[in-house]
Structures are given as C-alpha cells and as structure tokens.
Design a protein around this ligand. Structure first.
Ligand code: GLA
Length: 393
C-alpha cells in the first residue's frame, strides 16, 4: 500500500507541471504587442503606457491580458553569456513586476538564430540560459522568431543537397530546444512560434511544446495584405484546438490605414479563425470605432468559444466569401464577406449549415436580434465589409 501511495504521489507531482502547461493557451491568447505600432522604437515607458491603457480602456477586462515586448529590447551578452537589455529597457524584472501589478501578463521576444530580425542578439547557443532569465523576470509568453536561423538552414541545405528535410529538421530541433528549455524552468510560459508558416508548423508545432505558430509572413496595415493572409487560412481548421492555435499574425486595428469596414473584416475573420487576438496599435489613441471593434464582447466570445474549433471557408464566389465556425451549444458563427468595391448582397443557405427548420439569427456588429429565419438569408454588405452572425436553434 505504502509503495502504491508513494507511487501515486510521485505521479501526481510529476503531473503538476504538465497540467499547468495545458492551461496555457486553452483559448486563443489575447493581448497587445509592441511591433505593429512602435516597431524598433519601443521603450520601457511605451510598454508601461500600453499596460496602463489596457486597464483604462477596458481592454484587459475584455480579455487582452498579455503585454508583449517584441524585437529590439536586447543588448549585448557579457563574458558569462548572460544577455543584457539595451538602454531603452533598463530593468526587465521591474517592467514585468509593473505589468503583473496591473493584473496583466508579460511577454518577450527572441530568435533561435544568432540574430533577431532587427539584428539584435538571438538565443542561439544560449537557450537554457535565456529561458532561465525569462523565468526570473516573470515572463509568461515567448515569441520565438526564425530570423537569422534561416542562414543556418540554407547552409545545411547546401551541405546536404540530397536530404530534402535537412533544413526543416534543423529548424525543428532548434524550436524544440527552446520549448524544452522553457519547460525546464518550471514556469508556465506560453510558447509562440514565428517562422512565417515555413514547413507547415501546424503539423509539428505541438510536438515542440508550442501553443501557437504563425502560419504566414508578416501582416501590414493594408486591406490587401490583411485579406490575403486571412482568406488563405482555409483548410487549417483541423490543426487548431485548445492549447494549439494557428496564428495569422497580429491585429492592425487602430493603426489607421484601413477603413472601419476593413478593420471590421479583419476582426471578424480573426475571430472566425480562432486566431490569437494580439492588438498592435497605440492604445492611447484609440477612437470609438477601434474600441468597438476590439472590445465587442460577442465577437470576442466567438474567438474564445469553449469548443475551441477554428472556422473555415464554406464557399467563395467572385468577391464573396462565406466562413463558418462551430460554437458550443450547437451554435454556428457565420461571416458574410464582401471583398468588392461596391455594396453587394451576400447570402448563406441556413439548411446548408445544418438548420433545415430555420434558426435564430443574431447580428454581432449591429448587436441586434434578427429573429427566426429559414432558407436563404441575404444581407447587403458594404464594400470591403462583413456581416457577422451567430446562428442558433
Ligand atoms: C519578424 C516578425 C514580426 C516582428 C519582426 C521584428 O518580421 O514576423 O512579427 O517580430 O520580425 O523584427
């Protein structure tokens, strides 16, 4: 008996870290990241300001809890290999403490390569040391960006021209190395891969300990780029679920170069994709439209739905795109997208999505019940716009 009890106690103990890891990223991560707005200019004060604004605007309470410092915080390594910050980030532990004091979580950035994409120090050869340092700083999230590791991959490819997977395998080993190093710290740190979708990370990401992985190259604040990324996600739904998410890159809402309808398309598509919702705007300059888009509770609930299923394309015809996402309690979220330059009618056949006897419809952005409907539902959608519906019995 004693042996059995001791054994189950040991099993319980060894299960604890694993369980705490599972709770990381149970729904698509939400937060803010410095890159899309501040890029290489970001400072400690900007990040503290963002944390303050997440609280003041209600973004934190809407679910945006990660505050992520992207590239360009890094300084030089000392003779012990310990990485220091640069002058724009005088004290990372203090920054982490500040973020935590606001009820938020702290994210950081590095690369498996010698250099980050901004040319700063990466983690190559220092993975365990860096992971330990992140844990000491209270880091809760690491974005790990391929960057100069692509040079290492090109080199191995040239050296092994007959091994088609040589570069891919080298990359997977590098990502697994940091995944293992993060686990070894004992601190639950969400692991976010950023390698632009090279070699289908949705197939091997979970195996290296990642909770999310970028599926494409970088987004920018333009309608063309945003829809190119968003609508190219068709077919990836089966790789997403609690604890492992496809990441079509961060949000551009509020950065000013798209119309309100275009940003509505951005948010609608990202919630249908169960995408991580990482805002990338200057939170101190949000207008009412940006706030309504980023903080619409029903839109966020589609993204965060407990079923944890990513949506997919139902059909596409010319400039129309109809996407559906299964939700808990037998409900379905539907996005009717108009990519044309004119206002157009877009339809969905309710029978085709499983509601043969009709359904109740709710317009998420108008925050309006549309009552009981049956057959084909048609709506007039503004140019580059969307109607986002919740359909239920
Ligand atoms: C890459 C990433 C971006 C950002 C920059 C920083 O381009 O994809 O999201 O992190 O690097 O240099």
């Amino acid at each position: 008996m004693r042996t059995l009890a001791a054994l189950s106690f040991t099993l319980l103990l060894s299960a604890v870290p694993a369980l705490s890891q599972v709770t990381v990223g149970a729904t698509p991560p939400m937060g803010w990241n410095s890159w899309n707005h501040f890029a290489g200019r970001v400072t400690d004060a900007d990040v503290r300001g963002a944390a303050d604004m997440l609280v003041a605007t209600g973004m934190r309470d809407a679910g945006y809890t990660y505050v992520n410092v992207d590239d360009t915080w890094e300084g030089k390594r000392d003779s012990q290999g310990l990485l220091h910050t640069n002058e724009r980030f005088p004290d990372m532990k203090a920054l982490g403490d500040y973020i935590h004091s606001k009820g938020l979580k702290f994210g950081i950035y590095s690369s498996p390569g010698a250099k980050t994409c901004g040319g700063f120090e990466g983690s190559l050869g220092h993975e365990a040391q860096d992971a330990k340092m992140y844990a000491e700083w209270g880091v809760d999230y690491l974005k790990y960006d391929l960057c100069s590791f692509q040079d290492d991959m090109r080199k191995v490819k040239a050296e092994h021209p007959n091994e088609s997977d040589a570069a891919k395998n080298l990359m997977i080993v590098a990502y697994r190395k940091m995944g293992d190093a993060l686990k070894a710290t004992g601190r639950p740190i969400l692991y976010s891969l950023c390698q632009y979708g090279v070699d289908q990370p949705w197939r091997w990401g979970p195996g290296v300990g990642a909770q999310m992985w970028r599926t494409t190259d970088d987004i920018d604040d333009s309608y063309g780029r945003m829809i190119a990324i968003g609508f190219s996600q068709a077919g990836l739904a089966k790789y997403a679920g609690p604890g492992h998410w496809n990441d079509p890159d961060m949000l551009e809402i509020g950065n000013g170069k798209m119309t309100e309808e275009e940003y509505r398309t951005h948010m609608s598509l990202w919630v249908l994709l169960a995408a991580p919702l990482i805002a990338g705007n200057d939170l101190s300059k949000m207008n009412e439209a940006d706030k309504n888009l980023l903080m619409n509770k029903e839109a966020i609930a589609i993204d965060q739905d407990a079923l944890g299923k990513q949506g997919d394309r139902l059909y596409q015809s010319g400039d129309f795109d109809v996407w559906t996402k299964p939700l808990s309690d037998g409900r379905i979220a539907v996005g009717l997208f108009n990519r044309s330059w004119d206002n157009r009618e877009v339809s969905v056949d309710l029978a085709e999505i499983g509601f043969r006897n009709g359904a109740r419809l709710r317009d998420v952005w108008k925050q309006k019940d549309l009552g009981q409907q049956s057959g084909v539902f048609t709506d007039t959608i503004p140019k580059h716009g969307v109607t986002l519906l919740i359909v239920s019995k």
